[in-house]
Structures are given as structure tokens and as C-alpha cells.
Design a protein around this ligand. Structure first.
Ligand SMILES: [Cu+2]
Length: 506
């Protein structure tokens, strides 16, 4: 039975009771010792453990990404967290004699970043792609009725350019994220493609993996990063982590930023929305009966399985709307991300290059052998299974760069429109940062896209010359240069990099 309704924080007043009480509940959890399973630090460690934490627990470091447990695990994680916050609110309300008890109806809100679509003539200084205001102000009201902001706000996390050595000193967001401006452009949060998928999970059995909604079949694996991202995990999930940046951009720190829980509440809502359109969850028992480990509001261990969280209204909560912010069809649908490159190299560049967080990085691919003829055959459909795969190899970074990157193929005159014909896709650094230590692969990630249709389209339109192929990798929101002296600021820039770029076929 539905008792609790999760509301859209983008539509609520800055200090609506849902947000006011969330802040109070988080504040209470933050006062609890890290050894208490209902504490802020312990709950964050269930996702990932920052280096300063010396405690260990079998419930720590669980978060699965790039596999089919991504959605059900995070659903259970957010559900038990919501119960812990609600109990903390009950405690505070009882102490302060507040009636009626706000915890009787309180539910975790969600951040509906894709709610408003880009408007060429914006009338209001508002975008759902900015962090909700309650997360950006250092102070909050002292009581539910108060208007002035007078006490410390537990939802606030400073935005700052922090040198890599200081990354774990304190939670922070990337520079500029606490403004009222968008954290990401609309393309990076548009869930349209995810919501258009008809399969929950695809397999690795094909060269170019079928796109999926809920990420790749991972059998019993709870790996942190399997790289079999489904469309929902890719956009908006990974992009929003990287777009907020700082601790939100790292697997070990993400759940320590209070916006994490509203981000995952929205991801969870998109799952409910997808199910409401007659799509189906996996029916494989290795998915349905896999046990997770969480803690309830009494600090007692709970071991639910995906079977316990299957529905559109999974347990005792529902969303106020399942259709708003679920995406709009792009003018040009970009190529599908795939999980690995083909074996035959057609063109390559070996620059081992650092990507600028302030502007474009351009790479020229050198053709190998009879690349032109093979490309022509592949795009003419003569070799149906031999798609063209563009891969950026060995993607890694020291600290989260504070922005995802857009990849473009042969954009003449530097046309860098992610809604245009040259757009290939995203490089996300969530899970690719050195600060995630053993949670990520130090060789770096490979990011591949099936560009067959795009290359065919560009060739047909005469937009792809026979000459060298260039690839541009561009921050989706360029990071502003820090205000301190320019040289010092650049020395402190994050160092996202890649090993090489290749165009391959089977
Ligand atoms: Cu996440």
C-alpha cells in the first residue's frame, strides 16, 4: 500500500517541508558515530568507502554498476535510507514537540533534471538542470515556518577547485555547480533513449551489444564497474554524477553528497516509469533471488532481493508523476554505446593526451591500409555484421573532472552541437578516477560507439570526406578557470586523459 509520495524537488519551494525535513534528518544522521549503521558516514560507505575511513564492514563497498543489479540494488539502498531519514525526522519532531508528526507522510524527493527542456527564449531564471536551491545555500531556516536562513544547512556541499592531493579532505562539488545555472546541458540528462528501450538487459554475446534499459546481464557479479552500461545508466545516471563532480563524481564519495539520494530517487522513478509502459523486468532467478545487504532504521541487517522491489510502486512509496521529465526525441539520435572494439583497425591515433576541461581536444586518425574501401563496404551494408566502432581507449583521470565529455566525429568548422549530426556520444569519468583506487581499473576504461549508421549518413550527405578522420573530445560544460592566478589554477586542473583513439571493424 502506498503511504509515501516522492515529490519532484524541481517543483517544490526552496524550503518546502519535504526538503526542510530531509535537511534535518540528514543533519541528525551526520551527528551519529560512523560505526552506527544509521549514520551518514556508514550509509555512504555501503556505496563506497573514502580513504580516511578506517572501519571495515561486510556491508561496505557494495555498489554494482554496469550490470543488471544496478537498478534493484540502488532501489533497495535508497529505500532503506529513506526509512532511516524518516525515523530521524520522527525523533527530532518528538523532541521539539512538533505536531502533526511530519514523518507520518515524509518521503524522499527526487531531482527531476530533465523536467524543463531547452527554451531558446527563457522567460524565467530557472532550470531543473541546476541543483535544487536547498542544496546550494550554506544556511537554512531554523524552523519549518521560519523564512530567514540562519542555521547551517546539512544539504550544502561547497563547490571548489580542490588540488588532487586535497580531494578527500572534505566533501565538495566541482567549481561553479552551486550556481543557479545548469549543471549539464539537456542532451546529457535527456532519458529519451533509455525510456525507448524494450529490453531490461542485453548480453555480451554479440559484437555490437544490443542496447538495453537496465544494463548488461551480469549473472551473480556485483562488480563496481563491469562497463556493460545500459542506456539509463549511461544517460542520465553517469552524466549527472560527473556533472556535479567532486565527491559525487567518485564512486567512493558519491553518497556523501545529499544530492546523491535525490539523483537516485529520480533514476528509480524512471525505472517505475519504464515498467508502467508495459516493459518487463528479468525473470531469471539469478537476478530475482540475488541477496543484497542493507540496514533498517533500527540498525538491523536486512537482506532483500530484487524480487522484493519489482513493481511500479515497489514497497510503500510511489512517485507524484511518472511521465514528467522522461525525455524528448532528439533531432538526430546519436550512435549507440557498445562494450568493445572490433579487431580490425582501420584508423588510429596514439597521442596519449590530457583532455582540457576548458575547451576542445582534437585528434586526427591515421588510416591503416585500405581503410577507405573497408569503411565504404561496411557502411554500404555489404557486410551486415561488420559495424564500424569508434573507441577511445584507456580513459582515466586523477580526480573527477567536474564535467562529462562529448565526442564528435569530423565536425567541420568546430561545430560542437550534441544535438547535431557529428555527435558520437559521451565519455563519463564516474568510476574512472584514480581517487576510486581499487574500485577502478588503473589501465583505464575503453569507451566504444557503433558509428556505422552515422558514418553512412555523413557519407551520403557528403559531410565525411575521404581524407583523415578527426575526433573532437569536448567538456559538455567547460569548467571555469579558478579565480586565483591563472598558472596556479591550471596546475590544479584535473588531468583526464586517454591512451589512443581507434576506428575498427570486426
Ligand atoms: Cu549513482
Amino acid at each position: 500500500m502506498v503511504t509515501f509520495v516522492r515529490q519532484d524537488a524541481s517543483r517544490l519551494a526552496a524550503w518546502d517541508p519535504a526538503l526542510y525535513w530531509y535537511a534535518r534528518g540528514v543533519g541528525r544522521m551526520q551527528q551519529r558515530p560512523a560505526t552506527d549503521p544509521t549514520s551518514w558516514v556508514f550509509q555512504g560507505c555501503i556505496h563506497g568507502v573514502p580513504p580516511a575511513i578506517t572501519e571495515t564492514h561486510e556491508a561496505f563497498n557494495q555498489c554494482p554498476h554496469g550490470g543488471w543489479f544496478f537498478l534493484p540494488w540502488h532501489r533497495g539502498y535508497v529505500y532503506y535510507f529513506e526509512r532511516i531519514v524518516r525515523a530521524a525526522i520522527k525523533e527530532i519532531a518528538a523532541e521539539e514537540g512538533i505536531t502533526p508528526d511530519p514523518s507520518a507522510t515524509w518521503a524522499l524527493p527526487y531531482w527531476n533534471y530533465a523536467l524543463d527542456t531547452p527554451d531558446p527564449n527563457p522567460v524565467e531564471d530557472f532550470t531543473s538542470r541546476a541543483l535544487p536551491e536547498a542544496f546550494r545555500t550554506p544556511k537554512m531556516p531554523a524552523s519549518p515556518e521560519a523564512v530567514e536562513l540562519t542555521v547551517d544547512n546539512p544539504l550544502y556541499v561547497p563547490d571548489a577547485q580542490v588540488p588532487p592531493a586535497a580531494f578527500w579532505n572534505a566533501p565538495h562539488r566541482a567549481l561553479g555547480k552551486n550556481s543557479a545555472f545548469e549543471v549539464l546541458p539537456y542532451t546529457d540528462v535527456n532519458p529519451f533513449r533509455a525510456m525507448s528501450q524494450t529490453f531490461f538487459s542485453a548480453t555480451r554475446s554479440r559484437q555490437t551489444v544490443q542496447p538495453s534499459f537496465g544494463s548488461e546481464i551480469s549473472y551473480t557479479s556485483m562488480d563496481h564497474f563491469r562497463r556493460g552500461f545500459g542506456e539509463l545508466e549511461n544517460v542520465p545516471h553517469n552524466q549527472v554524477h560527473g556533472g556535479v563532480g567532486g565527491w559525487m563524481g567518485s564512486v567512493r564519495g558519491a553518497a556523501r553528497d545529499p544530492i546523491f539520494w535525490l539523483h537516485h530517487s529520480n533514476i528509480d522513478r524512471l525505472w517505475s516509469s519504464w515498467l508502467s509502459k508495459d516493459n518487463r523486468n528479468p525473470d531469471d532467478t539469478s537476478w530475482l533471488d540475488h541477496q543484497f545487504m542493507f540496514f533498517d532504521e533500527n540498525g538491523d541487517i536486512q537482506r532483500p532481493t530484487p524480487r522484493d522491489f519489482l513493481g511500479i510502486e515497489p514497497v510503500d512509496y510511489a512517485y507524484d508523476a511518472l511521465t514528467d521529465g522522461t525525455g524528448t526525441q532528439p533531432a538526430v539520435v546519436p550512435p549507440a554505446p557498445v562494450t568493445r572494439a572490433g579487431e580490425r583497425v582501420l584508423a588510429t591515433a596514439n597521442p596519449r593526451q590530457v583532455l582540457s576541461v576548458h575547451g576542445p581536444t582534437e585528434v586526427s586518425l591515421e588510416p591503416v591500409g585500405d581503410a577507405g574501401r573497408v569503411m565504404e563496404a561496411a557502411t554500404a551494408g555489404d557486410v551486415p555484421e561488420a559495424g564500424l566502432i569508434l573507441t577511445v581507449h584507456g580513459v582515466r583521470t586523477d580526480v573527477p573532472p567536474g564535467t562529462p565529455f562529448h565526442v564528435f566525429l569530423n565536425n567541420p568548422g568546430g561545430e560542437l552541437d550534441p544535438a547535431g549530426p557529428y555527435f558520437v556520444g559521451w565519455i563519463s569519468f564516474f568510476g574512472a578516477a584514480d581517487v576510486d583506487g581499487d574500485l577502478h581499473d588503473h589501465g583505464g576504461h575503453d569507451v566504444s560507439f557503433d558509428v556505422t549508421d552515422q558514418v553512412r549518413r555523413l557519407r551520403e550527405q557528403g559531410l565525411l570526406p575521404d581524407g583523415p578522420v578527426t575526433v573532437s573530445i569536448v567538456p559538455s560544460i567547460p569548467v571555469p578557470a579558478a579565480e586565483s592566478a591563472r598558472a596556479a589554477a591550471e596546475a590544479a586542473d584535473p588531468q583526464p586523459s586517454f591512451e589512443r583513439v581507434s576506428l575498427t571493424t570486426a
